[in-house]
Design a protein. Structure first.
Length: 201
């Protein structure tokens, strides 16, 4: 969360400074012995890095830091791929772009917003993301995956219940980040309670 604290309004002018702060934090974490660094904040990352050179940017940063480097953005896209997503329903706490999904070949069949500002995300009730997801999936039964792209609200709490109820994979940003970081570190344990992604992949 430290590396996205300057991204409070969700505007383009904040994206560059937020990414720079994340890079500074990445260097510090590498010096302290981290095995992997995850650049948080898919929104500022997406606004600052050309989608066609994401991996190149991460590789350059890893070379500079001397440890593996990935990003929340990369984790999300990798998670959607591994669960077999094609037609995605997207729930955002506020207004967030979904262009990156189309760029990587996913069809967005529907979206729903919680109407929250970034500064409010720590006060969101635990059941709010799941309830928004339920409403969206009832509107779009053709969806094969439910996606919560923001890591700063409590979407993780509803993953298992939603997967049981609708029998489709649920991917959240926080869950995807943890899965991606663990797998890149060679930790392949099956972890129950947080959806198919961490249990089966």
């Amino acid at each position: 969360m430290v590396s996205t604290m300057t991204y409070t309004q969700g505007i383009a002018e904040e994206a560059g400074p937020t990414l720079q702060l994340a890079l500074n934090v990445a260097r510090d974490m590498a010096k302290m012995g981290a095995s992997i660094v995850v650049l948080g904040g898919a929104g500022p990352f997406e606004s600052s890095v050309d989608m066609n050179r994401v991996q190149e940017f991460l590789d350059e940063t890893a070379d500079e830091c001397g440890v593996a480097v990935t990003s929340a953005f990369t984790a999300q896209m990798s998670a959607l791929k591994v669960v077999g997503a094609k037609r995605v329903a997207v729930v955002n706490p506020g207004i967030s772009p979904v262009d990156r999904l189309a760029h990587f070949g996913y069809e967005v069949v529907g979206t729903k917003s919680g109407g929250r500002g970034l500064a409010d995300l720590g006060r969101v009730p635990l059941d709010e993301p799941a309830n928004l997801g339920r409403a969206l999936l009832r509107e779009h039964p053709e969806a094969d995956t439910l996606f919560f792209p923001a890591a700063h609200w409590p979407a993780v709490a509803g993953i298992d219940a939603l997967e049981r109820e609708f029998d489709i994979p649920v991917v959240t940003s926080a869950q995807a980040i943890m899965w991606d970081a663990l797998r890149r570190c060679g930790i392949r344990d099956s972890i129950s309670g947080f959806g198919r992604l961490l249990r089966d992949h």
